[in-house]
Design a protein around this ligand. Sequence first.
Ligand code: MG
Length: 402
Amino acid sequence: MKITEIKVILTCPNGRNFVLVKVCTDEGLYGCGEGTLNGNEPVAAKAIEHMAPLLIGMDPRRIEDIWQFVYHWPYFRGGPVYAAAAGAIDLALWDLAGKIAGAPVYQLLGGRCRVGAMVYRHAAGRDPAEAVENVRMFLAEGIKVVRVQQTGGVPGYGGAGTLGIAAPAREGLPGVETFEPSAYLTAVVPFLHDVRAELGDAVNLCHDVHERLTPTEAAGLARDLEPVRLFFLEDCLRPENLAGFRRVRAASSTPLAMGEVFWSRQQAMGLIAEQLIDYLRIAPMHVGGLTEARKIVAMAEFHQVRTAFHGAHDLGVIGQAAAVHLDVAIPNFGVQEWVDFTAMPEVCEVVGPPCRVEDGYAMAHEAPGLGVDIDEAAAAKFPYQPAYMPLVRRADGTMFVY
Ligand code: MG
């Protein structure tokens, strides 16, 4: 079997850009993958197109060897763009392997460890009462874990601590959010205590800091939130400096989660080896695909770190399906972040079917491969729309450095 063509499809159904690939073979079978990189989709697409000629003629069943080739050939190895490109190719090769074997990918990864992957959903509110109401909507659907954020009265990524959003400088550019950590900390600690008091102890709650604190601030927050007994506190620091995580660890027993921006094993190794986190938040497609993700996950297993794979709106149906196949096949699964693509009709027209959630558990597809397909004609109806990540500045205009 030989790779004959790699199609790269850049599409924007339901206002979200996705980078999709089809790896085609001389035997008529093809594999579907995804390399969506939030706010950088055309760059990831170009990287895949750039490496595609090198892969033509290769045997797509040599998944590990192709991964090593894709990682090492550029000389300047790694980076989020090439990792996403490698992930797109890798997901397509696992999809193809499943189709060849006539088995879902989770069977190729060692078979089931569980019925489904427990998911967590996102709730928010301007005040505790509104947040509790939104959490309870998910609990009524059978959801077992809910991330809860304070929205702060103005629309903003970080919610509490967001002092305002300035209009874009011109059409097509992102708005600029003004954020102050002191305002965030003042608001969010009583907010989360009140949410916990209203919901009782049995509900699993997470909270995401979006890397917006210093080590001292994060250590204080983790300590102040100990009585809230979070399922985990997410992204309390920027991840580059392990010393900061050591400080937060020493200050409290609040469980910590980190890793949605990671694109390599090197970024995860220190946090895992020193047991500085409890939950690893990588997305398999962003670290180079299932081939690399399962190695990082095995490393985490050896150090009693569980997974909480990234699964927000910034990755799509194929990346989500691949994550669920790994979720159900690994012993150290923790929880899976979740977006409901079944509620997005244009997305479902382009790529699908999305995985279903039953009583709070995402079900891996049973069809051979990843269990998803791409409709190229439908994708062409929703062309790429330029979109950039939002900017954040301090009240005095300083660029906010996470
Ligand atoms: Mg996060």
